[in-house]
Design a protein around this ligand. Sequence first.
Ligand code: ZN
Length: 436
Amino acid sequence: MTSVILLAGICTYLVITPAKSVNTAAVSRAASPPVSVVANHYSIDYPVFHNAEIDPMLKNYASSQVVAFVNSLGKDRYDPRNRMELEYSLLHHGQQFATVLFTQHEYVIGSATKTSSAQMTFDLKAHKKIELKDIFISEGDAQLAIGTLLYDYLKQYAPHELSQEQFSKLLQFRLADIQDFSVGSETLTLSIRPGMLGDKARLVAIKRSLLDDVLKPEYSKNDEGEDVPVAASYVISERPRPANQIDPNQKMLAITFDDGPGNYTNRVLDVLKRNRAHATFFVIGRQVAGRADVVRRTVNEGNEIGNHSWNHASLPLVSHDQLKHEVEDTQRVIHDVAGYTPVLMRPPYGAINSEVAAYLQSQHLLPALWNVDTEDWRYPDAQAMYDRVMQSARDGSVILLHDIHPTSVEAVERAIPALVEQGYQLVTMSQLEQYR
Ligand code: ZN
């Protein structure tokens, strides 16, 4: 470690000797030899990344801290007992990111020792300091994703640590509720401001892959490197079970989408997520493997997947072998891609007879019909579909739509927020059956 000691007289400016040049191959991973300066009123350390843009920022930060400190001393600047120390640790140093934690101690005659800290995260590849909002595609989606993760996680693992009011605040989570952040090899660690998760600021470490749909692609990948373990209050490394927030005394309805997954399913999932709403997707077995990611997302975000046969066959018209294929292969493929086995079966065309019903029962499947048919396949008109959904909505409605028609998707992009606005809880079919 290179260390430069300057024996300066009383000085209010900073003298720094550059760190000696080092073998860059050896530097790529290990913390580079830092700059270390000791003078009359201060000793400072800061890291060197051998990066023409970033290194001056660190140097400027250290010098401005010294200047501010020395200026704050006023006439006491001549008393050598007044000192500040600036030290740092690298919370993470990988190929893409580095997070530097500076800790500053100030010793001033007649005052208590003052300690403060500052954290800076750099994108070493883009040669810049990054703010939290820089790593997300959209601030709104990021707030929603982080708030939802915190809400679900705490509801599942620490339901009594927060008041109902604090839980409600999490539903309105803002990036401004995060005081500081650091990026690790696999994690994003957030310091949540006091009042949100308790009286004090709390550190929450979130596995970055849980936020990969809101992080910019260059920031969602793991960043191999060295980490200092952080003592987080909460470590969210797996997706929590979506919290059940249903109030049985409020009106609720179930929107159901048949014949997917398709090209537009992700748009439906987006609008559901933005509105904390859920729906049921009756999928066609042969389309599942090709859109496994969509099916997984559907389940991960708290929606329900139902069976809509392998090939959209009218079940009373097929042989028993064919019936088994239509139903059981669909159960299997959904389980294989999403780790989830449906409990609801929507027979294509609503066609069912007593034999099919008995067979479904033997497979632990409940037939799931509807009470509002939008006939969206017949009238591909977004405005008409929107009107129909809004006019037919009642407490207990089960609304049939198809997420394979762009006009239907356009209609629900407007209808879902409008229904939530009217006080409807948009629940899955299984939830509706539980409460209605
Ligand atoms: Zn269908």
